[in-house]
Write a new protein. Structure first.
Length: 243
């Protein structure tokens, strides 16, 4: 049976090259306990101020990820550090505001995945969910794949937890048909806690995320990467669509 390749950064034998090798084979890797070395690292309490500092073009990327078409939610109210009354899952992009992008890049716990020579698109995805204890799981967009040309995306869990439900596309199954643990009906779940990273090719894996009930907000940021910088897009223009 297929098991998602998992690596623990605290292990003595942790090897970033093995992470890349597993990702190249399966297009999916889960990494535990990645500790930030940046003393000025972005905290979840800073997300509201970050959004407020963006130009109008980036602010327009604000959207609702919650499955079921949640009503409009104000970023100014939802992102405040104080406990919000809203139960929702939202996201926005930092990419068009070049000054804000550079400032944010400097404050990320990791701007690039450590020890791997990958090139990154000039955008940062921010995902922010609140689901107070006592509620059922809060689902994000319905299961889908993404129309992208890069090699994958890595998501760092800054705060709280997020659960990923994934299944391979027929294209991925065909690529790995020699691996008997792969089948069209395969489904896997990756539970990301604070300090975890999931690296996934969202074009080849159907995916849906959900926010378990928890006392802290579920916050993560993501970066799209290419294993070769020869095809890197200098003028990034990612689109964010409501769930």
């Amino acid at each position: 049976m297929f098991k998602v390749p998992m690596f623990d950064c605290t292990a003595i034998d942790f090897d970033p090259s093995a992470v890349e090798e597993s990702y190249r084979q399966f297009q999916l890797v889960h990494i535990r306990n990645l500790k930030a070395s940046n003393k000025n690292a972005l905290r979840w309490e800073d997300i509201g101020a970050l959004f407020k500092s963006l130009n109008d073009e980036d602010k327009e990327s604000w959207c609702i990820e919650t499955n079921g078409g949640a009503t409009a939610i104000s970023a100014a109210e939802f992102l405040v550090p104080e406990k919000s009354k809203d139960r929702a899952y939202c996201s926005f992009l930092v990419q068009k505001d070049i000054a804000a992008y550079k400032r944010t890049l400097e404050r990320l716990p990791f701007a690039a995945f450590p020890s791997l020579e990958w090139s990154h698109e000039s955008s940062i995805w921010i995902f922010f969910g609140r689901n107070p204890r006592g509620n059922p799981e809060l689902d994000g967009r319905p299961e889908h794949t993404d129309s992208v040309s890069h090699d994958g995306t890595w998501h760092f869990q800054l705060s709280g937890r997020k659960q990923w439900s994934l299944r391979p596309t027929s294209e991925l199954v065909s690529q790995l048909k020699s691996n008997k643990c792969f089948a069209d009906d395969l489904r896997v779940v990756v539970d990301c806690s604070e300090g975890d990273v999931i690296i996934v090719n969202t074009r080849l894996w159907f995916h849906q995320t959900s926010i378990p009930p928890q006392s802290s907000p579920s916050i993560s940021y993501a970066r799209d990467f290419r294993m070769s910088n020869s095809t890197l897009v200098s003028d990034c223009n990612m689109k964010n669509l409501d769930g």
